[in-house]
Write a protein that binds this ligand. Sequence first.
Ligand code: PBG
Length: 321
Amino acid sequence: MNRTRRLRKTENIRRLVRENKLTIDDLIYPLFIEEGENIETEIVSMPGIKRFSLDTISKELDEVVALDIPAILLFGIPSKKDDTGSETWNDDGIMQKAVRFIKKNYPSLYVITDVCFCEYTSHGHCGIIHDNDVDNDATLPNIAKQVVSHAKAGVDMVAPSGMMDGMIETIREALDNTGFPNIPIMSYAVKYSSAFYGPFRDAADSAPTFGDRRTYQMDSSNRDEGLREATFDDREGADILMVKPALSYLDIIRDLKNNFDRPIACYNVSGEYAMIKAAAANGWIDGERVMMESLLSMKRAGADIIITYFAKEVAKVLLKK
Ligand code: PBG
């Protein structure tokens, strides 16, 4: 008889035939950095995750480094917003200050910036508004200004999340023309308009004040369109292609893995984190095991990199083993 159970008999044989592994090397930890002083605010819908100001963030960064997590993804929360999000390209803005502070004090940490406008615009949309919608082509030059400003601050990689057409080409050109040809781009290439971002919008104060993001983020029904989005970003020169959210879009992660010769990242978003935390807090699931199983499913789907609020917890579990 063909007995598949032979290779499941003991932990050692299971270890030998294990196909996918989650490691600390796979992880990027997102951080919310708020302009101001003495800020350390718990995000109610994301237990364990806080907003920090630069004077309170060191113990968090010490922990990230001690756990050997390779990279962080920064989100800036500015003290002033306007209708274009002009703080995003202020060389003394919160993101730029954060990059300089972290690269100076934690030189080993790989620093990635989220490149977007929604936390910086008074209306909460990811670009300039004309006729009640984001104007794609008017937003592109501002994206260029933003990335160049991040580059001058010393960022290691940029991650544009606004889903504007042509944004990767614009960014590549802007970086190349200003002396930063070696800064890679991780594109939020296939980003869905998703209810799973709910807790993040509280955390980053970035909910749109009118309408929604469905004219720029993708419709959850679409799979072929994901390949199209990734194809354009691949051709425009994205170095890493990301799928977001992760858990409800594992098919898309696998599509990208099978079709592109680039590292594939996925974003295990705020709502995915909140669901596990809430169920675990109620004693309805084993939070640690569900966390590990969820992230492993992303690896199995084909993700090389996982951006996750669980990064520190995962690292602790992996170090125990
Ligand atoms: C946009 C951005 C969002 C997230 C990351 N970058 C929110 C959005 O598109 O509304 C969501 C991340 C999460 O939910 O964890 N700057």
